[in-house]
Write a protein that binds this ligand. Structure first.
Ligand SMILES: NC(=O)c1ccc[n+]([C@@H]2O[C@H](COP(=O)([O-])OP(=O)(O)OC[C@H]3O[C@@H](n4cnc5c(N)ncnc54)[C@H](O)[C@@H]3O)[C@@H](O)[C@H]2O)c1
Length: 269
């Protein structure tokens, strides 16, 4: 049986591990070839260990094990020229570009919005908001040129829908991508390119399963950010991948401009 993304090519940012790797594997399982990238470096304001070049190689291996093609490169979402060069290489090699998962992101925690250091605010906005815009700016011309339509899925967060203590910078960046999504949904509709956001609750990835996060969550006020309605502490990366897959597939052909929570009911509380 043909996969749901047979013959399609997907660009995925932050693909070295966590949700990005899971998206690469899940989309490849459904027939997509993958253009993957990740910064694979520690950023100065991030308090947990970020992905490594070995992590990105492991993603490539897992996609190749599925007999799909993958181009995996180290690149920073803040470096528009690097992302453009990767898109060019990917399209030359794999023939087209149909899907973008703008997934890369960082999360840090502060006592409150007014005592946050400037560099913490600036790095988060640069990666989580401006980096998404730069990723899409690099990818959209290739999608329009191909003339096949397509789907863009931006990874926001439950923090892109409601306020949360200790993460004003993250919350602002994740609300910001919703505005970008809504605008692009309008601008790209004539090209049959759909644009949506996914809004995960806590996901079992190295971003939140680490000592830095454990320290943050020991505060009751902050821990409320992680309490779901359904009896599950965190969802798994594949739960988000399945939502990205659906939004990227023809099953969602008339879905655009929407925010899709995968939140175990968190936003209803
Ligand atoms: N884990 C959660 O609880 C959770 C909840 C809601 C939303 N999210 C969002 O999901 C997305 C994926 O996060 P994850 O949970 O897989 O975390 P993760 O830390 O495991 O993965 C994020 C990846 O992005 C990469 N990255 C960071 N900055 C980059 C940059 N400047 N350029 C390129 N790559 C960069 C990292 O190296 C890492 O591999 C993020 O946007 C995150 O904000 C996560």
């Amino acid at each position: 049986m043909a996969g749901r993304l047979e013959g399609k090519v997907a660009l995925i940012s932050g693909a070295a591990r966590g949700q990005g790797r899971s998206h690469a594997v899940r989309l490849a399982q459904e027939g997509a070839d993958i253009i993957a990238f990740d910064v694979c470096q520690q950023l100065p304001t991030v308090g947990y260990k970020m992905a490594t070049p070995e992590d990105l190689k492991e993603t490539a291996k897992q996609v190749e094990d599925l007999d799909r093609r993958i181009i995996a490169r180290e690149a920073d979402v803040r470096d528009g020229a690097a992302v453009r060069a990767l898109v060019e290489e990917g399209v030359a090699e794999l023939g087209r570009l149909d899907i973008v998962s703008a997934n890369a992101g960082i999360a840090t925690f502060v006592p409150n919005a007014w005592e946050m250091a400037d560099d913490v605010w600036e790095e988060t906005i640069a990666v989580n908001l401006t980096g998404v815009w730069k990723t899409l700016k690099a990818a959209i011309p290739a999608m329009i040129d191909a003339g096949n339509g397509g789907a863009i899925v931006i990874t926001s967060s439950t923090a892109g829908i409601k306020g949360m203590a200790g993460i004003a910078h993250y919350d602002s960046s994740k609300h910001g991508v919703v505005g970008l999504m809504r605008t692009l949904a309008i601008e790209l509709a004539p090209h049959s390119i759909r644009v949506n956001t996914v809004h995960p609750t806590g996901v079992n990835t190295p971003m939140v399963v680490n000592d830095y996060m454990a320290q943050f969550l020991s505060d009751d006020f902050a821990a409320a950010n992680m309490m779901n309605l359904l009896p599950v502490e965190m969802v798994e990366a594949v739960d988000i991948s399945n939502a990205v897959l659906w939004l990227a597939s023809d099953e969602a052909r008339y879905v655009t401009g929407t925010c899709l929570p995968i939140d175990a009911g968190f936003l209803q509380k």
